[in-house]
Design a protein around this ligand. Sequence first.
Ligand SMILES: Cc1ncc(COP(=O)(O)O)c(C=O)c1O
Length: 370
Amino acid sequence: MQPRDLSTLSAYTPGKGVAEVAREVGIDPAALITLSSNENPHGPSPAATEEIETAATEVHRYPKQSHVELTEALAQKWDVLPKQIWLSPGADGAIDYLSRAFLNPGETVAVPEPGFSYYDMSTQYHHGSLTTYELTKGEDFTQDPDAIRSQIDESRILHITSPHNPSGSEMPHNDLKRLLSTVDNKTLVAVDEAYGEYSHQPSAINLVTDHTNIAVLRTFSKAYGLAGLRIGYAVVPEEWADAYEKINTPFAANEVACRAAREALADTAHLEQSVETARWAREYYRDELPVPVWPSGGNFVLCDVGDGTAIAEAALNEGIIIRDTTSFGLPGCVRLSCGTREESRKAVAVLSDILDSTSPMQQVSGSSSA
Ligand SMILES: Cc1ncc(COP(=O)(O)O)c(C=O)c1O
C-alpha cells in the first residue's frame, strides 16, 4: 500500500525552533534569540493567556458559541457580514479553504516566486496546476500589477502577498485596485495580509464589498502573538460566502483558539505595542546592518548578505536564529524577524561582527538597491 504519487510535492521548510537549535548548538534554550519565523516577540496578549486558562476546563465541548462570537467580532471590526468571515486553522487553513472552494482538477494557480510555499502545497493537494510570476531582487521585489499580469495567462487563483514574505515588499492599494479591475472575473485574487497589521497600507478588505473576485487572508499568528494556536481567517465577498458551510472542516477553528483570538482582538494596547516594536526594529535593521536591507511592510526584513547559509550558520553559533532564505530561492540572503528592542539590538551587534569579519567578496549584493 502506498499513498498517491507525492513526488512533485515538497515538504514545508519551517524556521528552526528553539529546542532544536539548543540541542544542535549546545546552548541553553533561554539564551537563544529566535528571529526565524516572524513571530511576536512580546508573546500573546495577557488577556488571551487568561482566556486560554479558563477555556482549558471546557475543551470537552465542540467549539460552537466561541466560533460565532469570534466571527461576529471580526465582522464588526471589518464592517462586513458574519458569513463573510471564514475562520480557519491559521491563514494556511484559509488558503486551503479557497483552494477547496475554487479549484477544479488541473486548474491553474499563480504564485509569486520567491514566495510563501504553502500556496504551492495547497494547490497541489487540491490537484491544481502551478504557474509562477517573478518578483526580482534586481527590481527590489516590486509588486507591479502590469508586470504580474504580463507573466501569467488565465489562472483560477492569483495569490498576492502584501506585505510579501520573504522580501517585505508591498503592493500599493491603488495598484491592487488596478489589478482587480484588469484580471478576468473568473480569477480569484487572494490577497494574503498575514502581516497586514504592520503595514501602513489600507487593508484590501475594503475592496471585498465592491468586487466579487477577491478574498483577503489574515491571521492571529503574527501581530496577535497566537501562532501556536493556529487561528486565522479569510474575508470573502457576500456573493459566495455561503460556500464556507460546504468546505469548512467541522470545528477546525478550535475552542481555545477562538476564545483567545477574541480576547487578543480586544486588546488593542498589546497590538499597538507589537506593531510599534516591529516598525521600530525593521527601520533599526535598515539603519544599522552593514549590508543592504530591503524596506519592509512586515515584522521582518530581508538582508543581502552574500552567502545566506554561512551567515545564518554563524549567527546560530552565536545564539541568534535567523532564516537562511535558500529554500525561497534566495541563497544570497537571510530573513531576520523583528525582535524586542533588546533582541534586535543584540542581533544587529552579532550580525555586524559576523558580516564585518566576512570577506567583502562574499557580500556581493547583485544589482539590488536595497
Ligand atoms: C505570507 C504568509 N501567509 C500565511 C502564513 C501562515 O500563517 P498562519 O500561521 O496563520 O497559518 C505565513 C506564515 O508565516 C506567511 O508568511
